[in-house]
Design a protein around this ligand. Structure first.
Ligand SMILES: *Cc1c(COP(=O)(O)O)cnc(C)c1O
Length: 400
């Protein structure tokens, strides 16, 4: 059996090597099964997942309510084009609207696509006034399409693709003066992640966001929150912006939204949303029946299982565990984040720790070179957190 497994694994790796475009760095692990916060690889080894699909599998792997919703829906109706109606898209939009700041929703299939929608909506809004520019934050991340990678405030991602679309610039995060002086009469919008994810788990300051909101009101600019990573319970509120006393005009969602099913959404305040009329924007797969019922199952589960309370309690527990590790190891310089979007900053590269943890059955992430990021499923238990942080401790102790 061992021999066969090895051959199976070699074949999987070989197929990727020969036929899949090599745009990713991959771990070398072949996963074949997931349940809750655990994953199993092709050799039968079990892993505790503290970074489930970059936050996509936010309710853990194969959550029964999502599996049930997809199975039942697949037997009724899988796809229907957006020039017709089906019952589940409108219901989902209603639930998203009611749980956020009102407004209307456009459905698509990914975070980048949701942000593309936001860019187009901002341009429609500014059109009559000759305004089209969007200011983003340094170290932000908004996706990999040409426009969103340009809007991403990390030139290393966009440089190889020059010439880039016009109208994008970035300024230091949490620096109001820098933002204010970058605004000119062609600026139509400002986009912010309330907590920067890929940029290293940097939390926005409350007073900063309040001043940005006021500036947008004064200058008639739209405020966009990219909540692709912070949305859907991650921070202990349904949406990240709810931790601050302001609302954006546009919010983009993906990742946990579908609980594993590919889906993205852009929510916009009604007056703004209505600028999108037939012919201005579309997405063939957007808001299809399967995607919609997945999202509905995620919302129901968050509410029935009181998962926002779990994020607050489990997040506090994990935070304290990380603080203890920081006290034990001098090379950990900072613990940061909110809810279950947490990170340990190291005084050097963090890749070795990701690899050591994987070897010992724990999946974590390193972003920005030296920031160890953990974003476990929002239904993670304290026992699982203890198990994971013990593995972390063991790996940190053996640092070479
Ligand atoms: C992941 C991410 C995106 C891009 O989402 P895709 O689904 O990969 O296109 C955009 N913004 C933020 C904040 C993200 O974390």
């Amino acid at each position: 059996m061992g021999e066969k497994k090895r051959n199976d694994k070699e074949e999987v790796l070989q197929n990727y090597q020969d036929y899949v475009i090599g745009s990713y760095t991959r771990s070398g692990i072949v996963f074949i099964k997931g349940q809750g916060s655990y994953l199993w690889d092709i050799d039968g080894k079990r892993y505790l997942d503290f970074f489930p699909g970059w936050g996509v599998s936010g309710l853990g792997h194969c959550h029964p309510s999502i599996v049930k919703a997809i199975k039942e829906q697949a037997e009724k109706l899988i796809h229907i084009a957006n020039n017709h109606y089906h019952p589940w898209q409108g219901l989902l939009a209603k639930k998203l609207s009611e749980r956020s700041f009102g407004g209307k929703v456009f459905f698509c299939n990914s975070g980048a696509e949701a942000n593309e929608g936001a860019i187009k909506l901002v341009r429609l809004y500014g059109r009559d006034k000759g305004r089209y520019k969007i200011i983003s934050m340094d170290n932000s991340f908004h996706g990999r399409t040409l426009a969103t990678v340009t809007m991403t405030g990390q030139p290393k991602y966009s440089k190889p693709f020059e010439p880039l679309p016009a109208g994008f610039s970035s300024v230091p995060f949490n620096d109001f003066e820098a933002l204010e002086s970058a605004v000119d009469k062609e600026t139509a919008g400002i986009i912010i992640e309330p907590i920067q994810g890929e940029g290293g788990i940097n939390v926005a300051e409350k007073t900063y966001l309040e001043r940005v909101r006021r500036l947008c009101d004064e200058k008639d600019m739209l405020l966009i929150f990219d909540e692709v990573q912070t949305g859907f319970g991650r921070t202990g509120r349904f949406f990240g912006y709810q931790n601050f006393d302001i609302t954006p005009d546009i919010m983009t969602l993906a990742k946990t939204l579908g609980g594993g099913f590919p889906v993205g959404a852009m929510i916009a305040k009604t007056g703004v949303a209505d600028l999108m009329v037939p012919g201005t924007h579309a997405s063939t797969f957007g808001g299809g029946p399967l995607a919609s019922v997945s999202c509905l199952a995620v919302i129901d589960t968050i509410e029935k299982d009181k998962l926002l309370d779990n994020v607050k309690a489990a997040g506090e527990h994990l935070y304290q565990k990380l603080v203890q590790l920081k006290e034990r190891y001098a090379f950990i310089t900072k613990i940061k984040g909110l809810g279950l979007m947490l990170a340990m900053e190291m005084d050097g590269a963090g890749d070795w720790l990701v690899n050591a943890c994987a070897e010992n059955g724990l999946l974590i992430n390193c972003t920005h070179g030296n920031v160890i990021r953990v974003m476990p499923a929002i239904n993670i238990t304290e026992k699982e957190i203890d198990e994971g942080t013990e593995i972390l401790d063991g790996c940190l102790r053996n640092k070479k």
